[in-house]
Design a protein around this ligand. Structure first.
Ligand SMILES: NC(=O)c1ccc[n+]([C@@H]2O[C@H](COP(=O)([O-])OP(=O)(O)OC[C@H]3O[C@@H](n4cnc5c(N)ncnc54)[C@H](O)[C@@H]3O)[C@@H](O)[C@H]2O)c1
Length: 409
């Protein structure tokens, strides 16, 4: 009990230290793959933009922060082509293959640190050409205390989890490091942390005075949100949805990793439940199939989703709808991550801890509680404009004092 009191005191102290650095949002990233690459490129790309000419954002400003106010202060990976080099260089290293839309990024001074491997690396990944797969770094692996120390020293506000699908153990390992180090969490992958029905992780973050958003990032305009909106449309227009599938193909390491079907259990639940949650009547398991379907190397980071929906409209007359969506996968997720990060910072500034319900429901496929995207959108907007914080100001979440936010770039 005494020890727990000490840990909490240490965590709070670490949080207070961060208040000194209010003008930037400091992020730590686990997994410097394609999603991290798009996010970091975006942070720098939007530094050259203004509110008037920025395209591709849901919000130019959240809580006084624009996208360029984010900076990477800590990074972990396990690939020999990434560990030991500057994170701004590592994002362009193989096997990353996403579109480069902004290559002019100065060195960050942050070296990618060796992470803890655990189940982040699936055995089948060894069977592919090095340019397509992960290559393990030959570096000693850190223990929990090492990662906690690095996180504390970095003054990171929030840790972003971008591990490969199926990294159950590794995710739990890094998540524990985060709350013990006094760092908030964004869980981008389908390991059920924020949506843990027992609430174990929500309790840990609550006790440490930290917010979290999760689980499994929902892309800006991806297969999930489109499939959900069409499902909601069927329900609202009185059309009975009887059967549906969503098949996805891609050629990045995310799709290569998902060829191991054993790693897919939670991904399939997350994607399927996301659609089931907005059906008028829950479909039988045999009548809904949503999931990653195949790896097509030449697609690289381009993802193609095929959606079919069969239903009955007026007079029981059958109808069907086919949709094909083609998107670059990683910028599509970064367009959402850039808002999640700022919502977490806003919560930190307000002293709000635990699961951020609206942002989790709008930005993630598998939140603890599902809402329609319309409701979730409203919840996010209300969260952003909540009382107590006005544009251009942030609240020091410990002293309750207002401070000027970072200047717009
Ligand atoms: N692209 C999207 O729109 C989207 C949407 C939802 C979820 N996601 C999920 O986000 C995650 C990241 O996607 P991505 O495309 O960047 O994947 P990626 O394969 O490009 O990157 C994963 C990175 O994690 C590293 N890694 C593996 N094990 C590690 C460990 N134990 N410690 C530290 N680093 C480790 C790899 O070396 C690699 O750099 C995936 O789980 C993906 O399913 C992506």
């Amino acid at each position: 009990m005494q020890r727990r009191g000490f840990v909490l005191f240490a965590v709070r102290k670490n949080i207070q230290e961060k208040v000194k650095f209010m003008n930037k949002i400091k992020i730590a990233i686990v997994g410097i793959g394609n999603c991290a690459s798009s996010l970091i490129q975006g942070i720098h790309y939007y530094r050259q933009k203004t509110r008037q000419n920025a395209i591709g954002l849901m919000h130019w400003e959240i809580g006084g922060y624009s996208p360029g106010d984010i900076e990477v202060v800590m990074a972990f990976d396990i690939d020999q082509r990434k560990v030991g080099i500057d994170v701004h260089e590592a994002i362009f290293s193989l096997p990353n293959c996403t579109t480069v839309f902004h290559s002019e990024i100065p060195a960050s001074g942050v070296t990618v640190r060796m992470g803890r491997i655990l189940d982040g690396f699936s055995d089948h990944m060894k069977d592919y050409d090095e340019k397509r797969t992960f290559v393990l770094a030959d570096e000693p692996e850190p223990c929990e205390a090492d990662i906690i120390k690095l996180l504390k020293e970095s003054s990171a506000d929030v840790l972003l989890n971008y591990l490969p699908v199926g990294s159950e153990e590794a995710t739990r390992f890094y998540v524990a490091c985060a709350y013990k180090a006094g760092v908030a969490l964004i869980n981008n992958i389908p390991v059920f942390i924020a949506s843990d029905p027992e609430g174990e992780y929500a309790n840990h973050f609550n006790e440490a005075g930290l917010p979290l958003i999760g689980d499994d990032i929902k892309s800006q305009l991806g297969a999930t949100i489109t499939h959900r909106l069409l499902t909601d449309l069927f329900a609202k227009r009185g059309v009975k949805l009887e059967r549906t599938y969503q098949l996805n193909t891609g050629g990045n390491t995310d799709f290569l990793n998902m060829l191991n079907r054993h790693r897919l259990a939670s991904k399939k639940i997350s994607k399927t439940e996301s659609v089931q949650a907005v059906t008028h009547c829950r479909l039988d398991d045999d009548d809904i199939h949503v999931g990653p379907s195949d790896y097509v190397p030449w697609q690289n980071d381009n993802k193609v989703a095929f959606v079919r929906m069969e239903g009955k409209l007026f007079g029981d007359v059958p109808m069907s709808l086919e949709m094909r969506l083609s998107v670059e996968d990683s910028p599509n997720s970064a367009g959402v991550a850039i808002d999640m990060i700022r919502c977490v910072k806003l919560a930190l500034n307000r002293g709000q801890s635990g699961i951020l319900e609206g942002p989790s429901a709008y930005f993630c496929k598998h939140p603890l509680t599902q809402f329609t995207d319309e409701e979730a959108f409203r919840m996010v907007e209300e969260f952003i404009i909540d009382e107590g914080v006005v544009r251009g100001e942030v609240l020091d979440y410990r002293s309750g004092q207002r401070q000027p936010a970072a200047a717009e770039g």
